[in-house]
Write a protein of this length. Structure first.
Length: 478
C-alpha cells in the first residue's frame, strides 16, 4: 500500500478512535432520560419530520454523525449534520478525560437537538373545569317516626338546625376552595377578574348545599387588594344559583316520576326481590331496634346509616344499640344495595346522573368548538348521591360512600393533538386527590372518544321533561 494511502488510513483510524472515546465520554455525562427512544415517543407529533429524519441514521453513538434532510418551516429540505442520539444512564463508566476538544464540539450539537425538543414542545393548556362536590359536614336529620329510639331525633340542634352545616364543615368546604385555588391558580386568573362570564356556580335547593357553595367560593376567589371592599372581611360577593326543588333535575332527578315508575318496576323483578329477600330477617330485627312501627325500606337504611355515622363523628351520646348497628356490616351491604338498585337499568342510570352529565359534556364540547364560549369553571354543589350516580355512569364506582366535601373534577385540556379529558377525585376526608382512568379510553382520553363513551349515559331528549313529584329531599313517609 502506498505510503500516502497508509497515512490516510491511519488518520481515519485515529478519527474513528477519537469519535468512539468522545461518545463514551459524552455518555457518562448525559443524564436527561433513560433512552432517546422514550423521549421520541412523547414528542413525535410536534417534531415528527425532525425525528423521523434523525431516525433514518444508523443506530450509532452520539459522536458518529450522518447527513439527513431536515425540512425547515416553509422551505425545502437542507443538508445538515445531525446525529442519532443515544442517551445513556447516569454513571456510565468510560474514558471521561480524553478528547475534550471533540466533546466540546459535540455537546453543542446535542444541546441543539434536545433544546429544540424541550423548548419547542407546547405545554398542554387547561381550557375548562367542571367540579361536582358534596356539601360539608352537617348535623343529623331528625325523623322521630322513622327512628323513635334514637334520642337525637328529638333535638333541635339549635342554632344550626337538623341537617345544617357545622362549623367544622364550614371550615372544611372553605378549605376545598383553597385546594382548588392552589391547584388551578394560573387557570383561574386574578381574584379581581369579573367572574360573571367565566364562572357558573349552582347548588341544589337545600340550605347546606347553598351554604357550601358560598363557602367554597370564598376559598376559591379571595378578594385581591383592589377588590377588597371591607378592611376586616376577606370576602367578595359572587352570584350563585339554584333551581326550585320541584324543577331541579340536576340534583334531584331521583324524585321525578319517570324514575319512580322505573324503580318500582325494578324492585319487583325476581332477581332484585331475591337480593332484598336475603335481608328480611335483619330488617325485622333492625325495625325493632330503632323502634319503627312499620317495615323498614331502603330509604330508611340510607338515612339511618348517615345519621348514626354523623352522631358518632359529632361525639353525641351513642347508646349501645347505636354503636352495634353502625358496626354491623349488613347495614353497609344494604346501603350499597340501595345504590345498586337505584341504578339497576340504563334508564335509571340516565335519569340519576344524565341531566348533569349531559350539561357537563355539552359545555366541554362548546368550549372546544366555540371561540366565544367564555365559561371556564362550573361548580355543582350537591350530595353524595350525585357523585355516586356520576361514578356509576362513568363505570368507575367502587362501592365507597363519598365523604363530606368530596369532589369529582372534570378537566378539559388542549394540546397540539387536540382536546382531551382528565377526571380527578378529591376524597375530602382525607385530603387526597387521585386520577381516574376512564374505562375503554386511552390516557389521556380524547374529548371525541370520551363523548362517544358517555353518550349513552346522558339523558335523552324525551326524558328532559321528567317532572319532580316531591318538594322535599326526604320526608317521614318516603
Amino acid at each position: 500500500m502506498p505510503r500516502r494511502e497508509q497515512e490516510r488510513e491511519r488518520e481515519r483510524e485515529r478519527e474513528r478512535e477519537r469519535e468512539r472515546e468522545s461518545a463514551a465520554s459524552s455518555s457518562a455525562n448525559l443524564t436527561l432520560a433513560p433512552s432517546y427512544r422514550a423521549a421520541r415517543v412523547g414528542i413525535e407529533a410536534e417534531f415528527g419530520l425532525l425525528l423521523r429524519a434523525v431516525a433514518t441514521c444508523p443506530q450509532r453513538p452520539l459522536a458518529q454523525l450522518c447527513d439527513v434532510d431536515l425540512p425547515e418551516s416553509g422551505a425545502p429540505g437542507r443538508r445538515v449534520r445531525s446525529a442519532e442520539i443515544e442517551i445513556f444512564p447516569k454513571g456510565a463508566t468510560a474514558t471521561e478525560t480524553k478528547m475534550q476538544t471533540s466533546k466540546i464540539i459535540l455537546w453543542p450539537l446535542a444541546f441543539l437537538l434536545l433544546g429544540i425538543v424541550f423548548v419547542g414542545a407546547k405545554e398542554p393548556e387547561l381550557r375548562q373545569l367542571n367540579v361536582v362536590f358534596r356539601h360539608a359536614d352537617r348535623t343529623p336529620e331528625t325523623f322521630p317516626k322513622r327512628f323513635p329510639n334514637d334520642p337525637h331525633m328529638y333535638e333541635s340542634f339549635h342554632p344550626i338546625g337538623p341537617g345544617g352545616l357545622t362549623n367544622e364543615g364550614k371550615r372544611r368546604v372553605y378549605h376545598l376552595g383553597e385546594v382548588l385555588r392552589n391547584r388551578y391558580r394560573d387557570f383561574l386568573g386574578s381574584s379581581r377578574d369579573d367572574h360573571r362570564e367565566s364562572l357558573f356556580a349552582i347548588s341544589s335547593d337545600v340550605a347546606r348545599t347553598k351554604m357550601s357553595l358560598q363557602l367554597i367560593l370564598v376559598g376559591l376567589y379571595p378578594p385581591s387588594a383592589d377588590s377588597k371592599w371591607h378592611e376586616q372581611l376577606e370576602w367578595q360577593p359572587i352570584p350563585t344559583y339554584y333551581n326550585e326543588f320541584s324543577k331541579d333535575t340536576f340534583f334531584n332527578s331521583d324524585r321525578c316520576q319517570m324514575f319512580i315508575d322505573e324503580l318500582t318496576r325494578v324492585r319487583s323483578l325476581p332477581d332484585v326481590q331475591k337480593k332484598l329477600g336475603k335481608f328480611d330477617t335483619y330488617l325485622e330485627e333492625l325495625r325493632k331496634t330503632v323502634g319503627k312501627k312499620s317495615k323498614l325500606n331502603l330509604n330508611d337504611i340510607l338515612l339511618l346509616h348517615n345519621n348514626l355515622d354523623i352522631e358518632k363523628r359529632m361525639n353525641l351520646t351513642m347508646l349501645p344499640w347505636m354503636n352495634d348497628v353502625l358496626a354491623d356490616e349488613r347495614l353497609i351491604e344494604m346501603r350499597r344495595l340501595y345504590y345498586e338498585i337505584n341504578s339497576y337499568t340504563d334508564l335509571l342510570k340516565r335519569l340519576l346522573s344524565g341531566f348533569m352529565l349531559r350539561k357537563i359534556n355539552e359545555d366541554m364540547f362548546e368550549a372546544s368548538t366555540n371561540a366565544n364560549f367564555t365559561r371556564k369553571v362550573t361548580l355543582y354543589g350537591g350530595h353524595d348521591k350525585n357523585i355516586i350516580a356520576l361514578l356509576q355512569s362513568l363505570k368507575i364506582y367502587d362501592g365507597h360512600f363519598p365523604d363530606f366535601t368530596s369532589a369529582l373534577i372534570f378537566e378539559l385540556w388542549f394540546h397540539d393533538k387536540g382536546y382531551y379529558v382528565k377526571i380527578f377525585y378529591y376524597l375530602g376526608i382525607p385530603e387526597e386527590m387521585k386520577e381516574f382512568t376512564i374505562p375503554g379510553c386511552a390516557n389521556p382520553c380524547s374529548l371525541d372518544e370520551y363523548l362517544k363513551l358517555t353518550k349513552a349515559a346522558e339523558v335523552r331528549d324525551n326524558e328532559l321533561n321528567c317532572k319532580i313529584y316531591s318538594t322535599t329531599y326526604f320526608s317521614e313517609t318516603d
